[in-house]
Design a protein around this ligand. Structure first.
Ligand code: BGC
Length: 932
């Protein structure tokens, strides 16, 4: 039976708070093979029963099932109209839920209408914002990191049919209505280039309101906006006062509509979080909580202090290290307004940070140094949560950290100045529970420094916090260490996709290093649906570019203009090869993964400016510029240095060529032929120059490093006549190190690809499977549960790399995950028909695994591959599932013979047995021993 399922809007199911009319997509389900959609009919309605249809596409003859647009128009000041212009043009309103359904036909069957999906609009027209930012802080509070609470009582004179809140903050906010938290998001509104781009979130609050009196309350924290951030450790990076903005649209059953906004009629005062900083942790005094509402578990921790006696609100600097005794909250005072450019407000319909997983503490350890430590068994990013019963005023002190040292004692030196502490003062009188509210920690362990009574594992759990995304990739094989590596890579993503892609989540850094995000992007796109996440962050990449097009080292950029006294950054705060290329590579990767051109359109100017910047600062097509990170933390660096041995001229020019080449493809896709021709000519010149400069006449490379050979091969910069020789040389350079890599951020991601693409599949497997130092599996064998920043983060003798820079949760080297999906499973995107609309399936099975299997949840449905060794070592059985409405090309291993496959016809294509297939499940058996 044919069905349309999983209706999505811009790849999100049930998005809440869209800033415009989305494009639509759905997945076809059928028990037949070779299913191709012939037509669809899409309807949008105002009501669940589709009695008030706003738009009906009618039967549209089309195969399109993922980027289906409906006609709409936005007139400034008049909102959005949808439908057929002139005829049935209907208004789409802000803060309303709309319903969608679709039916499809594949020429054989007609599906029934799908289950109904819905989407909710945010504020569609800037002019509709009536709210102002309000604050309870004074200019003199710039050094404070405690919370403030803002409150307003409102009266509703009717039965509520629906109510939606759009809210955001300068700082971090948690909104409560009658004591209940609005929505499940945490750490809102996240971290963007606030003044240029500030996200607001939309929540359904219908069930939180009642007829009569209601209390709206919010607690604000310093967060990224005002707290100490960046490795310059500066505070007030965006402003000195936290502030809140919200607009609530209430629709009554009788048809009336009323809007409530933040304005100067609200009141404010300090709240129970007496100190909270991203790096240092949180100090919370539960005695300052509201008595007004009954406790209902953890939600209570976020509630606003109410009815507690007065505190001098103007009181001086935050005290670090101890929670203050006899803390009082002040009287409610008038708030003041803060000016902020409303143009910066942007809807955030998805990828909002949530408590995504809960892990129970595994055990309590007493270390040789007699430290009491709780072990969660997994390095993660988020919050420790505990329950306790203690007397009023009892203080609990915890410290979160990543690893024990070789002796099994607490090791916190790699946190640098980050404290990652919790200080909680109990209110007493019954069980209470808590997790932090305005900070997060990178940890596997928690040291219990103060606790009333016996420390029991069952009283502790941990929440993994990350941006909500659907997990799209799975991978498994017969090698347990590789499976653990795959888990570690996934945890690397979970730990570093907390609203922005960060380098690491634990030390006093946690910033959006562009290089790390570029390197890991392709792997991340296998693991989770990162579309909304990266689309939002790429806006900041563009927004924070220098006027000349330079791309900052970190985005959001909190370092430029403040770098004077920093030894490293004073050399440059933007435009490093492989880092800045995020501006081109990431949108391109999104396009490949989702087949979506919007992101290319949105980022086009940003990309072009970046290419122009490189061109402008190159000399005769060799580009290099101020501070470069090169092959960062490669092992061929000089003793004590972070900079690998591959010369900057080479890595810079290689990326200059690569990004320019991608940009040419992008210009063609967007039909910008003039740009395509112009940058194509530029690309030719860079490649030619690269070849002349970095290859000698005999075909050897001027730089005899692994990374030089990897990038030249992977970026197609090797003169064709020297290709075989260059690949062979790479294997020799590997052999020279006893089969070990010595590569850093630039070479590592492509190492296995550079080998397997050039006939060295076995060598690529051998590299992946090395178990001694340095290697991916060495970390796994050392007990890693995430991916490390350094190959030698923890050395074989148990000593550590310098605590100056030694993260145990850095996803960059996890970029090898891409090779597992693209080569071991052989799931490959066809650039000419991306988004898995046409997939190339060509597993390279090697001989090390008995089986490998995995899947990818594409926008068309699930693509699956499983292969295993057959009755004899040389037989391979292969099962492939191709999503409906897509096609595949199956390419077996070179030289494969004795092929058996029902319904598929294999023929040699470029010497490789190849068959085209439609959707459905396919099984193939072949003999591999004939491989050449
Ligand atoms: C970060 C890296 C980053 C690098 C750039 C480090 O401190 O943690 O991941 O890309 O600096 O040099």
């Amino acid at each position: 039976m044919l069905k349309a399922v999983k209706i999505n809007m811009e790849y999100l199911e049930q998005p809440v708070g869209l800033g415009g009319i989305p494009w639509f997509g759905w997945i076809l389900e059928s028990d037949r093979k070779n299913v191709v959609q012939k037509s669809y009919q899409l309807q949008i309605a105002d009501d669940l029963r589709f009695e008030r249809i706003l738009y009906d596409s009618g039967v549209v003859e089309s195969e399109e099932s993922v980027h289906v647009e409906v006609p709409w128009e936005k007139t400034e000041g008049q909102g959005i109209q949808i439908g057929e212009k002139g005829k049935a043009w209907r208004e789409i309103q802000s803060c309303r839920e709309y319903f969608v359904r679709v039916r499809v036909s594949d020429g054989v069957e007609e599906s029934p209408y799908s289950d109904t999906a819905s989407f909710v609009t945010g504020i569609l027209d800037r002019s509709e914002w009536k709210a102002d930012f309000i604050t309870a802080e004074e200019e003199t509070d710039s050094g404070k990191s405690g919370s403030t609470c803002l409150k307003k009582r409102i009266s509703l004179d009717g039965e509520v049919e629906s109510a939606w809140v759009c809210g955001t903050a300068l700082g971090l906010y948690r909104l409560f209505i009658n004591g209940e938290k609005a929505g499940e998001d945490e750490m809102t509104p996240g971290w963007t280039s606030y003044q240029k781009h500030l996200c607001y979130q939309t929540y359904d609050v219908t069930d939180l309101l009642k007829e009569g009196e209601n209390v709206l309350e919010v607690m604000l924290g310093a967060g990224w906006y005002k707290g100490k951030m960046g490795f310059l450790l500066l505070r007030n990076n965006y402003g000195t006062r936290t502030a809140f903005l919200m607009q609530m649209t209430v629709r009554y059953r009788d048809g009336r509509e009323e809007t409530f906004v933040t304005d100067e009629s609200w009141q404010g005062r300090p709240g129970p979080v007496t100190f909270s900083e991203i790096y240092d942790g949180e100090w919370y005094d539960a005695r300052l909580e509201s008595e007004e509402y009954e406790s209902e578990g953890i939600g209570e921790a976020g509630r606003v202090a109410e009815g507690t006696p007065g505190r001098d609100a103007g009181e001086g600097q935050e005290k670090e290290g101890t929670a203050r005794e006899s803390e009082n909250v002040g009287e409610w005072k008038k708030v003041s307004g803060i000016a902020f450019p409303k143009e910066a407000l942007t809807a955030q319909p998805g990828s909002r940070v949530r408590k995504m997983e809960k892990l129970q503490a595994q055990k309590v350890i007493l270390t040789p140094e007699k430290e009491t430590v709780i072990d969660f068994g997994q390095n993660l990013t988020g919050w420790v949560h505990f329950q306790v019963q203690a007397t009023r005023g009892c203080e609990i002190v915890l410290k979160c950290f990543e690893t024990l040292d070789a002796q099994g004692n607490v090791y916190t030196a790699n946190l640098r100045s980050a404290k990652q502490e919790i200080h909680y003062i109990c209110k007493g009188g019954g069980p209470e529970e808590y997790h932090p509210l305005f900070t997060f920690m990178g940890f596997r362990y928690v040291q219990v420094l103060q606790w009333p009574g016996e420390v029991k594992a069952e009283d502790f759990s941990a929440f993994a916090l990350y941006s909500q995304m659907e997990q799209t990739g799975t991978f498994q094989c017969s090698h347990p260490l590789v499976n653990r590596l795959q888990q570690n890579i996934l945890w690397g993503l979970k730990g570093n996709f907390l609203d922005i892609p960060t380098d690491c989540p634990q030390r006093d850094e946690r910033v959006g290093w562009t290089g790390d995000a570029q390197i890991f992007c392709r792997t991340a796109c296998w693991l989770m649906n990162t579309y909304t996440f990266f689309r939002k962050w790429l806006k900041d990449v563009a927004a924070d570019q220098t006027p000349e097009g330079g791309v900052p080292h970190v985005v959001p950029d909190i370092i430029s203009g403040k770098e004077e006294n920093d030894w490293l950054l004073s050399q440059g705060t933007h435009s490093a090869a492989a880092w800045a290329d995020v501006a081109v590579i990431n949108p391109w990767t999104m396009y490949l993964t989702f087949g979506d051109k919007t992101i290319l359109e949105e980022q086009y100017e940003s990309m072009r400016k970046w290419i122009d910047f490189m061109k402008e600062h190159s000399t005769d097509y060799i580009w290099n510029y101020r501070l470069q990170f090169g092959d960062w933390v490669a092992l061929d660096a000089e003793e004590g240095s972070y900079f690998g041995a591959t010369p900057n001229d080479l890595t810079c020019t290689a990326y200059f060529a690569y990004s320019t080449g991608l940009f040419v493809k992008i210009a063609k896709i967007l039909d910008r032929q003039e740009d395509a021709a112009r940058y194509d000519a530029l690309h030719d010149r860079i490649v030619e120059k690269f070849r002349r400069t970095f290859f000698k006449e005999d075909g050897t490379m001027t730089a005899q490093t692994q990374t030089a050979h990897i990038v030249a091969l992977y970026f197609d910069l090797v003169p064709e006549v020297f290709r075989a020789q260059t690949a062979r040389r790479l294997t020799e350079l590997l052999e020279k190190e006893n089969g070990h890599l010595v590569t850093g951020f630039v070479g590592t991601p492509y190492f296995c690809h550079a080998l397997s693409r050039n006939g060295y599949v076995k060598e690529a497997y051998d590299l992946l499977l090395k178990e001694d130092f340095p290697s991916w599996l060495y970390q796994v064998k050392m007990g890693a549960t995430t991916v490390w920043e350094h190959w030698d983060g923890m050395k074989p003798d148990g000593t550590m790399w310098s605590p100056d820079m030694n993260s145990f949760n850095h996803y960059a080297y996890g970029a090898v995950g891409d090779w597992l999906y693209r080569v071991v499973l052989g799931m490959e995107i066809d650039e000419k028909d991306p988004g898995y609309h046409h997939s190339i399936i060509s597993p390279q099975t090697g001989d090390a695994f008995d089986f490998a299997e995995g899947s990818y949840e594409s926008v068309y449905g699930t693509l699956k591959v499983r292969w295993e060794k057959g009755e004899t070592e040389d037989i391979r059985r292969l099962w492939i599932t191709v999503p409906h409405n897509t096609t595949g090309e199956i390419r077996l291993e070179k030289g494969a013979g004795e092929i058996r496959a029902d319904g598929l016809e294999f023929a040699l294509k470029e010497g490789i047995p190849t068959a085209r297939c439609g959707s459905g499940e396919w099984e193939i058996v072949y003999r591999k021993s004939l491989c050449i």
